[in-house]
Design a protein around this ligand. Structure first.
Ligand code: KG4
Ligand code: ZN
Length: 364
């Protein structure tokens, strides 16, 4: 490492406005600051992220986030080598807000501009947090994403499989909504599930009978709705125990599907590159203790290292964008003022596009 690189990263592709400063020096990578402004309260009344509200909030907050990130790091733009910004995939108004802000800073300072794929940000995070060498298998599992990627380089991703409909976090959120639990649904469903019997309701395990690593979660949501309506029709309402049992059954089904498909994805990678010894996860759903434990077991059973970055770096943040920017910068990548905001931007250009786009935007 001959030169220290410091990059300002911006993220605004969904419902978090974020700015961060990350530095790579001879001592390795360091997060100098990371500011994330969530928008949960703004969207709470609508049962999902409203793109126009999200875009407006990003415009209002992004430069404040940049100021705070610089302040927390005790730096000015003169200490920065380049600006990295999420240029897609995501909700287009939000992505545009970030790209315009980054272009403004680049134009005013003359600093290089680097467009980053949001999914690459997630996928490269284990290198920032754990120094994970290429190649490794990554499972991105959140409210907007669900895909398996073989990560062979900072710009070399092979999609092994992904959801054909909803993302698991989306299914957790809808489950919470159907059961009258608070958003985001993942943590509230997990808390209820801890008190429930996962065997009382027989929820399906979609696509397990089919070969390959694609996943599906929309049927599970429908099954949950039917089970809930069945109990309500029978008893006139849901008891605390009914709700806990529904949550436990739902969580067990999601966990089983993710574990079986992860095992398959890891075996596929080991077949292709026998030396692939690592399985990494990112995304909000990786915070779920049962899911995390099941994935950890999948890796351990196959002699693979398991890497799950700290939660604040698993969910949307700008440190991952700054880091992906550093990786691209080192490969010589620079963008011009024609950098476009892209609603869809598949990481693996060889793969067929995925079907469907969830409430949190395009899955790419
Ligand atoms: O990565 P993230 O912050 O945002 C994106 O979707 O990109 O993930 C948020 C998602 C939400 O759907 C939330 O319900 C889910 O992750 N989540 C969880 C848990 N914590 C967050 N799902 C299951 N169990 C959890 N403990
Ligand atoms: Zn994300």
């Amino acid at each position: 490492m001959d030169k220290t690189i410091t990059i300002l990263g911006l993220e605004s592709s969904c419902d978090d406005t974020a700015a961060a400063l990350v530095r790579l020096s001879a001592d390795g990578p360091a997060i100098l600051s990371s500011v994330v402004e969530g928008q949960t309260a703004l969207h709470a009344d609508f049962g999902g992220v409203v793109p126009e509200i999200a875009a407006r909030a990003h415009v209002e907050r992004i430069d404040l986030c940049v100021e705070r990130a610089l302040e927390q790091a005790g730096m000015t733009l003169a200490d920065v080598d380049a600006i990295a910004v999420t240029a897609g995939p995501g909700l287009i108004g939000g992505v545009m807000a970030g790209v315009m802000c980054a272009k403004g800073i680049a134009a005013a300072t003359g600093l290089p501009l680097i467009g980053v794929n949001h999914l690459a940000g997630h996928a490269l995070t284990p290198r920032l947090t754990d120094g994970l060498p290429f190649p490794y298998l990554m499972l991105l599992v959140s409210g907007g994403h669900c895909q398996f990627l073989l990560v062979s380089g900072a710009e070399d991703f092979t999609r092994i499989g992904g959801t054909i409909d909803d993302a698991p976090g989306e299914a957790f959120d809808k489950t919470a909504k159907l059961l009258g639990l608070p958003q985001p649904g993942g943590p509230s469903v997990e808390a209820e599930a801890a008190l429930g019997d996962p065997a009382r309701f027989a929820f399906p395990r979609p696509l397990l009978d089919r070969p390959g690593c694609d996943l599906s979660f929309s049927g599970l949501k429908t099954a949950l709705l039917r089970a809930r309506d069945g109990v309500v029709a029978e008893k006139g309402g849901l008891s605390v125990q009914d709700r806990a049992d529904l949550c436990a059954g739902f969580q067990a089904a999601v966990t089983d599907v993710l574990a079986v498909k992860s095992a398959r994805a890891l075996e596929t990678c080991l077949d292709r590159i026998p030396a692939v010894p690592a399985f990494a996860v990112a995304g909000g759903v990786a915070a779920n203790r049962r899911v995390r434990a099941a994935l950890e077991r999948v890796a351990a059973d196959r002699g693979a290292r398991f890497v799950a970055p700290p939660l604040a770096l698993c969910t949307d943040n700008a440190a991952m964008i700054a880091w992906a920017g550093i990786e691209r910068f080192r490969l010589g990548h620079r963008d011009g003022m024609d950098l476009a905001a892209r609603p869809r931007w598949p990481l693996d250009r060889q793969s067929a596009p995925m079907l469907g786009a969830g409430k949190k935007g395009a899955k790419a």
